[in-house]
Design a protein around this ligand. Structure first.
Ligand SMILES: Nc1ncnc2c1ncn2[C@@H]1O[C@H](COP(=O)(O)OP(=O)(O)OP(=O)(O)O)[C@@H](O)[C@H]1O
Length: 364
């Protein structure tokens, strides 16, 4: 059978990731394929980092698909480098950070910070370089969740050195303010402080920076969403009607600013009794999943309401770090893979990383 690059392309594009069911290489192009007499050489760049075992499994799947399409011999050049993706027009990306992801919620207390921390650590466990920025002025909880305290130091008097915990880089508005002062801050002060926190932190080279946003769709969340150069947003909700209503507002806020929605996470989806394992839908069932379907945005997964998640979070070692073999940790890793794949499928950043052109008036 003679091999056409179109058939090979279709076959490779149809290969799905076994963890998420999403296509491994949706952005594969004809120019990634070189055909020869007996087979083909294909450059596959899924755009997210995988463990060595996952890489082997994906390579085998791709090879099998290529054989079925008629390629007797296949050379796969597999690279799992994470690329930088486009941000809102008019905003300057942070040079050392490839992708900033906003984690938001319409309503407070739905588990946005817990989800952000576990997501960040799970991404780091997959091999990516990850940071977390706690921009939740109303209740900066990442110092507690990540088990870090102290103040970032400044070596040059201009930028600050972030802290490290559980393999990720952390900075939090909570490191810089007194615990009881945020409530008296006014809107412009808050957004200015948060922008400084983002731009004046000496972030190392990062594949992903997770921004734990302030809850809600008020002025502060809105201004931040306009000023932080993000590639996309994740909305965390509980299945409860009131939280879903607010989540919908949050989602619209990002959509209005042309920020891609990477998906919806349903937290506290089921209560799992720590004694008997009985599952009970305390906040209702599948609300987030239905909302995702209805609004045609990706569904990223559901996390149970589990005492262990709360205890591990309060102890400064989020579930994926403290109990990596638990079912919940597996769900967070699945969430991380879906997020990484959703980011990989976004348009690439082609402009933001060139040095800015300064036009000087030379007339004297
Ligand atoms: N899946 C879960 N199971 C059990 N407890 C959880 C879960 N998710 C979050 N929690 C707990 O719920 C509380 C609120 O969580 P978290 O601080 O992450 O919410 P938030 O949406 O970031 O809140 P805020 O609006 O204050 O920023 C915390 O005590 C946390 O430990």
């Amino acid at each position: 059978m003679s091999l056409s690059s179109k058939a090979l392309l279709d076959a490779l594009r149809s290969v799905v990731d076994p963890v998420t069911g999403m296509p491994v290489a949706p952005t594969l192009k004809e120019s990634d394929i070189t055909l020869s007499e007996t087979g083909a050489t294909v450059r596959v760049e899924p755009g997210y980092v995988t463990s060595a075992a996952a890489k082997t499994a994906l390579t085998e799947q791709l090879e099998a698909a290529a054989r079925q399409a008629g390629a007797a011999q296949l050379t796969l050049q597999f690279s799992d480098t994470v690329r930088a993706h486009a941000v809102q027009s008019g905003l300057k990306p942070i040079a050392s950070v490839k992708n900033i992801i906003a984690v938001a919620s319409g309503k407070g207390g739905v588990g946005k910070s817990t989800t952000s921390a576990n997501l960040a650590i799970a991404l780091a466990q997959s091999g990516a370089r990850v940071g977390i920025l706690d921009a939740d002025i109303y209740g900066p909880s990442q110092p507690l969740i990540m088990g870090v305290s102290g103040k970032p130091v400044s070596n040059d008097g201009k930028t600050m050195e972030p802290l490290r915990a559980h393999g990720i880089t952390v900075n939090s508005i909570g490191f810089l303010i007194e615990a009881d002062s945020p409530a008296i801050w006014r809107g412009p002060m808050v957004t200015q402080a948060l922008e400084q926190l983002l731009r004046q932190t000496n972030w190392p080279d990062l594949d992903y920076l997770i921004v734990d946003m302030p809850p809600g769709t008020g002025d502060i969340a809105l201004t931040l969403a306009q000023k932080v150069p993000v590639v996309g947003a994740i909305i965390v909700t509980t299945p409860q009607d009131i939280a879903l209503l607010d989540a919908r507002k949050g989602l619209r806020m990002f959509e209005k600013m042309n920020i891609p929605i990477l998906g919806i996470v349903e937290n506290m989806a089921m209560h799992i009794c720590s004694h008997c394992g009985h599952a009970e839908a305390i906040f209702g069932e599948d609300g987030g999943r239905h909302m995702a379907q209805e609004l045609d945005v990706p569904w990223l997964g559901a996390l149970p309401l589990a005492k262990s998640i709360r205890e591990q979070t309060d102890a400064g070692t989020p579930t994926v770090a403290s109990d990596p073999n638990s079912e919940a940790a597996g769900l967070y890793r699945e969430l991380a893979r879906r997020v990484a794949m959703a980011v990989a499928a976004l348009p690439r950043d082609m402009a933001g990383r060139f040095p800015s052109v300064v036009v000087e008036n030379l007339k004297k």
